[in-house]
Design a protein around this ligand. Structure first.
Ligand code: OGA
Ligand code: NI
Length: 344
């Protein structure tokens, strides 16, 4: 089980924060008190396909322009399925080392794997206070056989949740496309073909003022559906300040990914966010990343271009490569795909 000793979950108990996990003063959270009077909009999806449609679309567009983030309630995914999934995810990280070590891998080609800090562990200057399990969820029949076999309910419960999360994402994308004046189904098919799950686990940390669970970033994909459980930790950067995202029972946090910002020609924005740690309890979250297939051509929708297209056309896989080599530098990455970019 030597490999597992690298995960934060296995070594972090009762030790001071190691040097390699301490962020420099300009990026560490420092003062963890963030304004609680401000938070992101909560949108009730009840009757989104009926009498509340116009109103809900306006709320989604406004939140996506101002924050790039919102929460949804009455989204149709059962409370029971949400709770069962979170139990299974927590149980996974609480399993004994011998059950977890078989999931641990540093091989990026492995479809399902447990890793620590980030995909960039060897190259990053400071490590993140996080372990995570990552795997694709689509096409289900191909990828499910690589998912964990323990906890024994993992495959059944997570398959059900991933199907529901995808449906919810497509419903929201349909509301977005209507709000933007795009044709129905614009984000269907290839633009939303891929689905990846990141189950994040942030063990308690002895000094949360020095560490981060995830550094400031935007998600590179189209749309993210996050179940953040009932522990605080997610913060978004808005108007030059960090604001906390309140955990709400049975809500999902939704955020605009880089591709949706690009396709909307900057009418919507992908919000920058990070995760802070806490010293009391472990926090486990599940992020479903709805993404284009790797060979999709991405470009601003013609009807939204107006005078000028902010971005040039590119293949999604090229964006991902740039994203991974410039983690956290959102403006740099987006800049490389602008029409005027010298790096075309
Ligand atoms: C992510 C992310 C937030 C969280 O996985 O990209 O931003 O609260 N997660 O775990
Ligand atoms: Ni994120």
């Amino acid at each position: 089980t030597t490999a597992l000793l690298f995960t934060v979950s296995s070594w972090s108990k009762d030790k001071p924060v190691p040097e390699s996990y301490i962020f420099p003063p300009e990026t560490r959270p420092g003062n963890l008190i963030v304004p609680t009077c401000k938070t992101i909009p909560v949108i009730d999806l009840c009757n989104a396909e009926g009498r509340n449609r116009t109103d809900i679309i306006q709320q989604i567009l406004k939140a996506s322009q101002e924050y790039g983030f919102f929460q949804v309630v009455n989204h149709g995914i059962s409370e029971n399925l949400m709770n069962e999934s979170m139990d299974v995810f927590s149980e996974l990280f609480e399993m004994p080392d011998e059950d977890k070590v078989i999931l641990y891998s540093e091989d990026p080609k492995k479809s399902c794997r447990l890793l620590t800090s980030s995909l960039n562990y060897d190259r990053e200057k400071v490590h993140q206070w996080r372990d995570n399990l990552i795997h694709p969820c689509h096409p289900l029949q191909d990828c499910i056989k690589h998912w964990p076999q323990k906890p024994i309910r993992y495959r059944e419960v997570v398959a059900a949740l991933s199907i529901e999360a995808k449906k919810l994402g497509l419903r929201i994308l349909e509301l977005v496309s209507e709000g933007l004046g795009l044709e129905s189904g614009y984000f269907g098919d290839k633009l939303s073909e891929a689905l990846h799950l990141f189950v994040n686990h942030y063990p308690p940390c002895p000094d949360p003022s020095l560490t981060l669970g995830i550094t400031k970033h935007c998600d590179p994909n189209l749309l993210t559906i996050l179940h953040q459980g009932d522990v605080q930790g997610l913060q978004i950067f808005n108007n030059e300040e960090w604001i906390g995202v309140e955990p709400l029972p049975n809500a999902f946090v939704v955020n605009i990914g880089n591709q949706l910002q690009i396709i909307s020609n900057n009418k919507l924005k992908s919000g920058e966010h990070r995760v802070v740690t806490n010293s009391r309890v472990a926090r486990t979250t599940a992020a479903f990343f709805i993404a284009p297939s790797e060979d999709s051509i991405i470009e601003p929708a013609i009807s939204l271009v107006g005078e000028a297209s902010v971005y040039r056309a590119f293949e999604y896989k090229d964006f991902l490569l740039d994203y991974l080599s410039h983690i956290g530098s959102n403006e740099v990455v987006l800049g490389r795909f602008e029409s005027q970019s010298l790096n075309n």
